[in-house]
Design a binder for this molecule. Structure first.
Ligand SMILES: [Zn+2]
Length: 150
């Protein structure tokens, strides 16, 4: 899985150039430019020089990190480190009381069996994105919905 960038390195009220961001995150210019493709908006650009508001960078990185956490087909197997796939026949959804991000959506734990060793695999997902998950695994049966107290 690709590396997460620590958004706390950026100061909210500061403006950054591509090279400054590159230095902060030990990334090349093209790496930072790729962030623009991924949705980071520069406040202005003149003669190929871009400026970014710290605040925007923080929002962008938080979103980017969240996307990684939620990668649809990656589960965690409790038996083996390298296992990450789920047997796509049935799952248990465990609704938690954790609220994710700023979208007011609840965290859901998806629990199932490992495709490689039949052990327990799980992942954290968001209630809002359950339709996406169900679409990704057509025919999957939801066997239980439990509310946890924690
Ligand atoms: Zn496994």
């Amino acid at each position: 899985m690709a590396k997460r960038q620590n958004w706390q390195l950026v100061k909210k009220d500061q403006t950054y150039t591509i090279s400054e961001l590159g230095e902060l995150y030990s990334m090349s210019r093209s790496g930072i430019k790729y962030w623009i493709k991924l949705g980071l908006k520069p406040i202005e650009s003149e003669e190929k020089k871009y400026y970014f508001r710290g605040e925007d960078v923080i929002v962008f990185l938080k979103k980017k990190n969240e996307r990684k956490t939620l990668k649809i087909d990656v589960f965690k197997c409790f038996h083996r480190k390298g296992h990450h796939r789920i047997k796509s026949d049935k799952v248990t959804l465990l609704y938690t009381n954790v609220i994710l991000g700023n979208k007011n959506t609840k965290q859901v734990k998806i629990i199932g069996n490992c495709e490689d060793c039949e052990g327990i695999v799980s992942k954290q997902w968001s209630e809002r994105k359950l339709p996406e998950f169900l679409e990704f695994y057509p025919g999957i049966k939801i066997i239980k919905k439990v509310k946890s107290n924690s």
